[in-house]
Write a new protein. Sequence first.
Length: 148
Amino acid sequence: MALSESIRELNADENSFFDFWRAQLRQMLPEQERSIIDSTTGKLTVIQLVLEHATAEEHELLQGLGVLFGDALADELGLRWVVTTDHFGTAPVVIRPGTSLKIGAFSMIEKRVVNGDVPIEVGVLFEAIRDQANQLLLSKEAALWPSV
């Protein structure tokens, strides 16, 4: 049996959830430092700082960190948020339009914390994913590679 996948844009509720967490994470910073979150480095710094105090039970906060992590990847790699449904289920992912590149950033942080894979070096994780994605994007087989 062939496996099928569908991709759709984020709906209004999903966009609201993402925007809520972007705003919440920005509000955690002192007012004079809130613009830091506008840069990739700033996003990664905020994620790392929040992770130092987050627990595995804070699922929505961890998903919010995943939103910020996906935003950082999107900024660096020209990705955008969508929702994919496949044989694993339905989840928000960042994709590179015109390719099969999709990265499950939304749950990436949460899964690591829940599984006890801590501490997480957010910068190292980001660089590894970014570098692997860039290698795949440069390959001639860019439309054939698996999800990261």
